[in-house]
Design a protein around this ligand. Sequence first.
Ligand code: NDP
Length: 277
Amino acid sequence: MTPAPDRYAVIGHPIAHSRSPWIHAQFARQTGQHMSYSALEVAPAELPARLRQFFAEGGRGLNVTVPHKQAVLPLLDEISERASVAGAVNTITAQSHSRLRGDNTDGSGFVRDLTQNLKLDIAGGRVLLLGAGGAARGLIAPLLALGLEQLVIANRSPARAVELAQRFADRGPVRGCGYDRLGTVAFDLIVNATAAGLEQQLPPLPVAVLEAAAACYDLAYAGGETRFVRWAREHEVRCSVDGTGMLVEQAAESFLLWRGVRPDTAAVLAAFPQEAH
Ligand code: NDP
């Protein structure tokens, strides 16, 4: 008799739109792993009980998405250094003796997409990070580790950007400010880590900064072009991409943690159905 597949899932609220089950099904087929991966709708009030239940029933690992990335922290037995620095967990692994370990693959997935897939070399360059929420926070240490000349964090609520910059000041040259303090300096890369696109809005970035940018990266992804990517393209930025590559790369890092094998992300990105965003 064939044993039951090892169980994995993503938890979030809402979760119906998640493409993670599709991505992990491709990875499992490609690498011959006997596993299942589903999307579980988990409301914030249910989080502790549903997490316990999933692992008590033999679940092997979870991905964690909005709004649970911070809330799971106190429910875990161990946290990796990068999850602790990011202050957020997107991957949970059941270890021996049912110990739960939290990790964060968002930052490394982002850097992998940037450097391996897009071949953007920003070492020694200037990067502008828009937003100071959970996603932005997870990118700061991996970006500074690339050896930047400067990282500027701009946020709608400037105090959050300043506070975030202070928190990471020992890791490299980083400062925080409001959008009105950006001046007209040029950036090699602008990363949109705001949730403005979810409200069909654009971050209030001065057009002069956008026009002087070499590349724009939107963490958001949508069926077709995101508003920010279109805006960047209309201002003739050399390269503008959405967050699909990061989504697939962070999933691959989680898969590697769980199964000990790195899937071929290029094949999955090439097959990524536009309507599946
Ligand atoms: P949070 O809610 O934690 O943070 C939202 C941020 O966006 C805050 O800095 C907020 O500013 C800012 N913001 C919200 N609305 C506006 C607006 N209208 N104009 C300007 N700024 C605005 O969200 P997350 O950090 O978790 O997610 C941010 C984005 O990143 C989402 O689109 C998400 O889908 C995407 N993401 C993509 C991933 C991928 O794999 N591709 C992985 C993780 C996230 P303020 O502080 O002033 O409120």
